[in-house]
Design a protein around this ligand. Structure first.
Ligand code: FAD
Ligand code: SF4
Length: 397
């Protein structure tokens, strides 16, 4: 008889008990399972190890002297894409759900880790292992809240699944990669999305109530490349709120501390990343990191149209101005915010330059947050690529 793996002796934490990463915990779900045994090395907020895990996953870590690697991580190619026939109700055009369905139906995997919502609340995440097209489709659209995707890890061993696709955001995928070898899988595919500014369910309520004209009817929202937040409502109408008109004072504390100290916006450890921020308005942005990622994308070649990535404008002055504005929680009158939004949309950064704008503004903000609140963590927690980006700007003390 072979001995049970060491981690099976560890005890999962109870739902409301304190997590090892304390207030920095992103509720990734690892500590809800006996894989908590590995938390000290696996948790993205206790042990930043992106370069090591990049080498484990992609065969090399990013080259800090190459601009595209520095910003977007290890990759073989990037492109803009959209479904020829979008999935109604998906976050964008449904490329993520479509790839997951193809992988399942063509037999590359036996199950897909994805996030549905609870029956009572459309924004309360409910991670599952989907085994049918209908279960994958029921997980479409972002649940814009911290989601314990890894809480299903114990179910993987119990179910006997050997080939698995996991869909997830950066902090979930970092912990997953750290315990990947312990899962007993023959094949693991990872389909990631970028992620930033996530919130707890209570934080989401505050954001909706502070920002939308009708918080209870919002079914979807996104911070879009035209510098507006787009809220879609139950009746199909779209509400636009300019970024520069957000009530920064009220919203400063809304984002989860984990997200204010995160430097893995682009999901460095996924095989394939599907977001929007490096693509023109209306298109999705695809980053193929390795051969597994290319294999996944090839499955949907006939269902998508693509174009080359483009880059226009210069983000640097806008990023530099955003640093003290955020720090002092400046909120502009709505009419000024609207005019600013229109002007910046016309002359501002586009395509990959918009993605760099977003990365620079988040990294500078998060560096300041970490330095002020967790000075003892700063050196180890901030990856070298992020330090190199932050060094390009003047930061207040
Ligand atoms: P769909 O086909 O609608 O599928 C969405 C998938 O997301 C589902 O499979 C579901 O399982 C998964 N999912 C939903 N909620 C969560 C969650 N909380 N945690 C983990 N997985 C989840 N892209 C950018 O370019 N810039 C950003 O700043 C950015 N922020 C994001 C923040 C969050 C919290 C999330 C979940 C995604 C973010 N994205 C961002 C990705 C983007 O919004 C779309 O999810 C992506 O382009 C896929 O769109 P789709 O239509 O193909 O997805
Ligand atoms: Fe545990 Fe994940 Fe929270 Fe870290 S982020 S303490 S691994 S649940």
């Amino acid at each position: 008889m072979t001995a049970a793996p060491k981690h099976q002796k560890a005890k999962a934490l109870k739902p409301n008990s304190k997590r090892p990463a304390k207030e920095l915990c992103s509720e990734c779900g690892l500590c809800d399972t006996h894989y908590i045994h590995y938390v000290k090395t696996a948790c993205a907020f206790l042990n930043q190890q992106i370069p090591t895990l990049e080498t484990q996953t992609h065969g090399r870590s990013r080259d800090l002297d190459k601009e595209d690697d520095l910003y977007f991580g290890v990759h073989q190619q990037m492109m803009a894409a959209r479904k020829i026939e979008p999935i109604p109700g998906a976050q964008w055009t449904g490329i993520v759900s479509t790839i997951a369905i193809e992988m399942l139906e063509q037999g590359l995997v036996e199950g897909v880790v994805c996030v549905q919502n609870t029956p009572e609340d459309r924004f309360q995440p409910m991670p599952i292992i989907a085994r049918t097209r209908a279960e994958i489709l029921a997980a479409k659209v972002n649940k814009p809240t911290l989601s314990p995707n890894l809480s299903i890890l114990e179910q993987i061993a119990e179910s006997g699944l050997k080939k698995l696709l996991v869909i997830g955001v950066g902090c979930q995928i970092q912990a997953l990669r750290a315990v990947e070898k312990e899962l007993g899988l023959e094949q693991l595919y990872v389909l990631g999305t970028p992620c930033t500014d996530n919130v707890t369910r209570a934080g989401l309520q505050k954001f909706l109530e502070t920002t939308s004209r009708s918080p209870e009817t919002v079914v979807y929202y996104e911070f879009m490349q035209d510098f507006n937040v787009h809220f879609k409502h139950e009746d199909g109408s779209t509400e636009l709120v300019p970024f520069f008109g957000l009530n920064t004072k009220e919203l400063k504390d809304v984002f989860a501390p984990s997200c204010l100290s995160c430097f893995d916006y682009v999901n460095s450890l996924a095989d394939l990343v599907v977001g929007y921020m490096g693509a023109p308005f209306g298109w999705q942005w695809i980053v193929v990191r390795n051969d597994r990622g290319q294999q996944m994308l090839d499955l949907v070649n006939n269902a998508i149209e693509t174009q080359a990535v483009m880059s226009k404008g210069d983000r640097t002055a806008a990023v530099q101005q955003s640093i003290p504005a955020y720090d002092k929680a400046v909120t502009l009158p709505m009419w000024v915010a609207k005019i600013m939004g229109v002007v910046i949309d016309k002359i501002g950064p586009k395509g990959l330059e918009y993605a760099r704008f977003s990365i620079d503004s988040h990294f500078t903000r998060n560096y300041l947050f970490t330095k002020r609140n967790y000075p003892e963590k700063l050196e180890q927690h901030v990856p070298e690529f992020a330090k190199k980006i932050v060094d390009r700007y003047k930061l207040p003390e």
